[in-house]
Write a protein that binds this ligand. Structure first.
Ligand SMILES: *[C@@H]1O[C@H](CO)[C@@H](O)[C@H](O)[C@H]1NC(C)=O
Ligand SMILES: *[C@@H]1O[C@H](CO)[C@@H](O)[C@H](O)[C@H]1NC(C)=O
Ligand SMILES: *[C@@H]1O[C@H](CO)[C@@H](O)[C@H](O)[C@H]1NC(C)=O
Ligand SMILES: *[C@@H]1O[C@H](CO)[C@@H](O)[C@H](O)[C@H]1NC(C)=O
Ligand SMILES: *[C@@H]1O[C@H](CO)[C@@H](O)[C@H](O)[C@H]1NC(C)=O
Ligand SMILES: *[C@@H]1O[C@H](CO)[C@@H](O)[C@H](O)[C@H]1NC(C)=O
Ligand SMILES: *[C@@H]1O[C@H](CO)[C@@H](O)[C@H](O)[C@H]1NC(C)=O
Ligand SMILES: *[C@@H]1O[C@H](CO)[C@@H](O)[C@H](O)[C@H]1NC(C)=O
Ligand SMILES: *[C@@H]1O[C@H](CO)[C@@H](O)[C@H](O)[C@H]1NC(C)=O
Length: 575
């Protein structure tokens, strides 16, 4: 993305400065032109760039697991007036993390019993240690959540520190974990606030339009350029065209042309558009961050901030993004901070540290994945072919997310909400062509099947064809019922069909309904196709996307022809 980004925003100077500063983050080879740690211009040797995220060593030499207890507030923020908070508690058996666990507990008098449940309490970490939750969960379970009473707490900007103490039934094995929650004064009625749902990885948003209630938000749009006109009628026209009058795209990341005082922000406030505010040109200068955040934070259509654009590609110092995040949280605790990572794995853990939301932007269409315009080979130790360590093709959206989800597991961190950035451009001698609409559908479908909760394509304006394709997806995926499946839980499972490597199927369950997403990432039709429905379903309720004539017969979901590069959604009633 970098060259398009910089040219369009006129940030070439900033970029060269950043690159000069950044060459040294990882020590060796100062001054060499590197991207994702690898030299990309010819005339330099290939070398192992480092920064790989690897599987941790087994915590016990014999491979037996420890008990890894983690907890978090269900929502990243609570606001005054909310009466109930909630904690998500995980008690996973892990080969890499946690404290020793043996499957036995005893009071020392009777015979030992199996250690099947973790009994725990969650209390304030302050001296009084007020008890908030007391309960138990099965060992090796995750994602249970427990409500607590918020009414006794004073809203304040400092977080409340909390501590979980857990033990086996007879207390002979015990565990502690720490976390914090935030209870803030309510946001001004003309402003907005966004929560992260730490259980399902999606966002909730409130402003006056939502009646002051938090509602699910699945933001979908482009990184957008604006012509910068200071005319309100022109900015109104832009918003109405971009969002198809509220029927299509619902989000934008404000790139060049969106000066901080431009009337376009008021136009968005008056519409149902939501924007992520672009700080990528200023996040290294905290004075500027403070000024700009204070100018923009009152807008009712603001839902998040964006700081670092591909810090891993540029090899920025690790500390810059977390510093910007910390400052933004102080000045405006009501909106989360997003970071875009470009590399497949260059210090993934370090570079995701300053992010509340992680965006990933592999651009895989029309690339030469093995030989670059710079005249070098591209591989794990050399070169830049426009998509780091990619084979190319829409499947890269799946590969990249699979990697990032794996890295979070290996790091033992709480998974961040993830937004996918599909390619909606070509050029710069990396990308020979635009994706087709089918490839655009597929990249997004593969990403949703891996639990992403937002989409921002690079860049607006794109071709009309891609704009129409993305608007069509947005109109379905950002609204009920599809949005509520995607934000109401992570994918419940995936379905593999023998000899169909390019068929990617995931499903979600909400109460008595099942939604199945069928992505044909291949360039050939599949005819016919039959999918075993994973749960006992009675009837097809709806085909929200794809427009195919699906049939349910004998527990199989069937279609005569599944077209090449297509996405289908089917909602079924469960018994
Ligand atoms: C890179 O780092 C080394 C060691 O920390 C230092 O001696 C050198 O001056 C730095 N080079 C540049 C170009 O900043
Ligand atoms: C613990 O032991 C009990 C009794 O042997 C067994 O049923 C259970 O599956 C074991 N739990 C785990 C997580 O291994
Ligand atoms: C714990 O749960 C994980 C995920 O469900 C499973 O793969 C693993 O086998 C379980 N471990 C034990 C010891 O039961
Ligand atoms: C936790 O377990 C350790 C080791 O068995 C024990 O020494 C300690 O007293 C226990 N702590 C509590 C609070 O039960
Ligand atoms: C819009 O107005 C601002 C503030 O008055 C000014 O700085 C900017 O140059 C104007 N932009 C355009 C495109 O006229
Ligand atoms: C800016 O964009 C708006 C909406 O797309 C359009 O109506 C207007 O003519 C454009 N203005 C300029 C100066 O290009
Ligand atoms: C940081 O931003 C402030 C405010 O825009 C500006 O005055 C200052 O010169 C900037 N500092 C650097 C090092 O660019
Ligand atoms: C990539 O570029 C090299 C060198 O120009 C060429 O030999 C190769 O065929 C290209 N590969 C593809 C897939 O275009
Ligand atoms: C990458 O290509 C360079 C140049 O052909 C070669 O020297 C190097 O061994 C390759 N690296 C890998 C990991 O294949």
């Amino acid at each position: 993305m970098r060259r398009a980004a910089l040219a369009s925003a006129g940030l070439a100077f900033f970029a060269s400065l950043a690159r000069a500063q950044s060459q040294n983050e990882t020590g060796e080879h100062p001054g060499w032109p590197r991207w994702c740690g690898k030299v990309y211009e010819s005339g330099y040797p290939s070398f192992e760039p480092g920064g790989h995220t690897t599987e941790p060593a087994l915590i016990n030499a014999d491979g037996s697991p420890n008990l890894y207890v983690q907890f978090k507030p269900r929502h990243s923020i609570y606001l005054a007036g909310e009466t109930t908070g909630s904690f998500v508690v995980n008690a996973a058996l892990s080969p890499w993390f946690g404290e020793p666990w043996t499957n036995s507990t005893s009071d020392g008098k009777s015979a030992p019993e199996a250690f099947t449940d973790l009994f725990f309490s969650i209390s304030l970490a302050s001296d009084e240690g007020e008890l908030l939750v007391e309960s138990s969960i099965p060992v090796n379970s995750t994602g249970a959540f427990f409500d607590f009473d918020l009414t006794g707490f004073l809203p304040r900007s400092d977080p409340y520190e909390v501590i979980l103490s857990g033990a086996s039934q007879f207390g002979d094995q015990n565990y502690t974990a720490r976390s914090q929650f935030r209870l803030l004064p309510d946001v001004a009625p003309e402003g907005s606030a966004t929560k992260i749902d730490n259980l399902n990885g999606g966002l909730l948003f409130k402003n006056a339009q939502t009646g002051g209630a938090f509602v699910p938000l699945l933001p979908y749009g482009y990184y957008g350029l604006y012509n910068g006109s200071n005319s309100t009628s022109e900015s109104d026209a832009f918003v109405s065209q971009y969002s198809s009058d509220g029927q299509g795209l619902n989000g934008i990341i404000s790139l060049a042309g969106f000066a901080d005082t431009n009337p376009v922000y008021d136009s968005m406030d008056a519409s149902t558009m939501r924007f992520m505010f672009d700080l990528r040109g200023s996040f290294m200068n905290l004075t500027e961050v403070e000024q700009r955040v204070n100018t923009i934070k009152h807008h009712s259509s603001l839902f998040a901030y964006w700081t670092a654009d591909e810090p891993d590609g540029w090899q920025y110092p690790f500390s810059v993004t977390p510093a910007a995040q910390e400052l933004i949280h102080q000045i405006d605790p009501y909106h989360p901070v997003a970071v875009t990572l470009n590399c497949q794995d260059y210090y993934f853990g370090e570079y995701s540290m300053g992010a509340d939301i992680l965006m990933e932007d592999p651009y895989p269409i029309g690339i030469n994945s093995t030989f670059s315009k710079w005249g070098t080979a591209c591989n794990a130790t050399l070169g830049d072919c426009g998509c780091d360590n990619c084979l190319g093709g829409p499947q890269e959206a799946a590969r990249r997310l699979d990697y990032l989800l794996q890295y979070e597991k290996w790091l033992g961190t709480w998974p961040l909400p993830k937004f996918h950035n599909p390619q909606a451009f070509h050029g710069e001698d990396y990308w020979a062509r635009d994706p087709t609409p089918g490839e655009a559908f597929v990249m997004n479908g593969l990403a949703f099947n891996r639990g992403v909760t937002g989409i921002f394509a690079w860049t607006w304006p794109s071709s009309d064809e891609l704009f129409d394709a993305h608007s069509e997806v947005a109109s379905v995926f950002t609204t009920a019922p599809v949005r509520d499946f995607l934000l109401g839980g992570k994918p419940a499972g995936s379905i593999h069909i023998a000899d169909q490597e390019l068929l990617d199927i995931a499903y979600w369950v909400q109460e008595d309904e099942l939604m199945i997403s069928v992505v044909n990432a291949g360039y050939d039709d599949i005819a016919p196709l039959s999918i075993k429905v994973p749960l006992p379903a009675t009837v097809i309720e709806e085909v929200p996307f794809g427009g195919l004539s699906w049939q349910l017969a004998g527990g199989q979901l069937e279609v005569d022809t599944l077209p090449a590069t297509s996405v289908s959604l089917v909602i079924l009633s469960l018994e």
